[in-house]
Design a protein around this ligand. Structure first.
Ligand SMILES: [Zn+2]
Length: 320
């Protein structure tokens, strides 16, 4: 591009001649502004239109998020099942076997400090993931406690089985039609002194020599003569239970011997303070005599039990 100017002295029009530096500066300026414009366009373009790689990343990100949401939903469902298990454990199994329910604090345990999850939320820039981690942690702890509780319940069930074998649960003499029940537990008139007296056990009439059974598994704790009771045998069943068999003709066991339910331990007699051949039977729980009629549950149907209750309330035939 040619340029001209007027020379003020000669007033002639002269051609302006530019040096090399002028042209360098000038072209440099053009290039620089062009580059600036290019950079601006470049950034605007990439801000508005993602690149194929970015598109791929965005898609992956969306997929991951929906997967995390799916897992989150499944963890929620697992939590519902877990709660059901815990409730069943506390309300049924643990109560059934006489164990205290597990407090909620123990079940969920000391979870991590909330700041841990806050940090996680910042790190992954996703509250969702932090929530998920918190839920899984709680669930994990609950599952651990639950498994331990089941171990405990299993142990209790085993103990319960032994307990059921040990506690008195049959009649001490064969008594199919219940005709042998003479007198039950409670206040009675003494057959000899005709005064009011508390009868600590149940009397079964039976001929001398009738077999007497241990009413539950246990260990013979006493064999010998007791004042008023005559020849007596006692069985320690554990779990706080003891049974006593009195007025015997003859004991057929020795102290320390282990016996099973329905083992023959003695023969019916008429020894001690007794007005006729019969077996006097007592059930003790933690050292105190309790009503034996509640300890025949392996022997009696509900109807027979009702009959037993009626018969044991019979006042007339206490044989002491
Ligand atoms: Zn009696």
């Amino acid at each position: 591009m040619k340029k001209f100017r007027i020379n003020p002295q000669t007033l002639a029009i002269e051609r302006v001649e530019h040096g090399f530096m002028y042209w360098l500066r000038r072209s440099g300026l053009y290039i620089l502004s062009g580059m600036c414009l290019g950079i601006v366009f470049f950034f605007v373009y990439f801000m508005l239109f993602p690149s194929p790689r970015e598109k791929q990343l965005i898609r992956q990100n969306e997929e991951l998020e929906s997967q995390v949401r799916l897992i989150d939903k499944r963890v929620d469902q697992m939590q519902v099942v877990m709660t059901d298990l815990e409730q069943r454990d506390d309300n049924l199994y643990r109560v059934l076997f006489g164990a205290e329910p597990i407090p909620l604090a123990v079940r969920q345990g000391a979870t991590r400090k909330m700041s841990y999850y806050d940090e996680l939320a910042r790190m992954t820039n996703s509250q969702l993931l932090a929530d998920l981690m918190l839920k899984t942690d709680v669930l994990e702890k609950e599952m651990y406690t639950q498994a331990k509780s089941y171990d405990e319940v299993l142990e209790l069930a085993k103990t319960q089985e032994i307990r059921m074998e040990n506690i008195p649960a049959i009649q001490p003499v064969l008594n199919k039609d219940l005709k042998r029940v003479a007198s039950g537990y409670g206040w009675r008139i003494d057959p000899i002194y005709h005064t009011r007296k508390f009868h600590q056990g149940m009397d079964f009439t039976a001929p001398i020599g009738t077999e007497v059974y241990a009413t539950g598994n246990g260990r013979i704790s006493f064999v010998g003569w007791r004042q008023g009771y005559g020849q007596t045998v006692m069985v320690d069943h554990g779990f706080g239970y003891e049974t006593l068999y009195a007025h015997l003709y003859k004991p057929l066991c020795r102290v320390g011997q282990r016996v099973k339910r329905a083992d023959i331990i003695a023969l019916v007699g008429n020894t001690g303070k007794s007005t006729g051949p019969h077996l006097h039977y007592e059930v003790h729980y933690h050292g105190k005599a309790v009503d034996p009629r509640n300890f025949y549950f392996y022997d009696l149907t509900p109807d027979e039990y009702d009959m037993m209750v009626q018969l044991s309330n019979n006042f007339g035939h206490m044989l002491d």
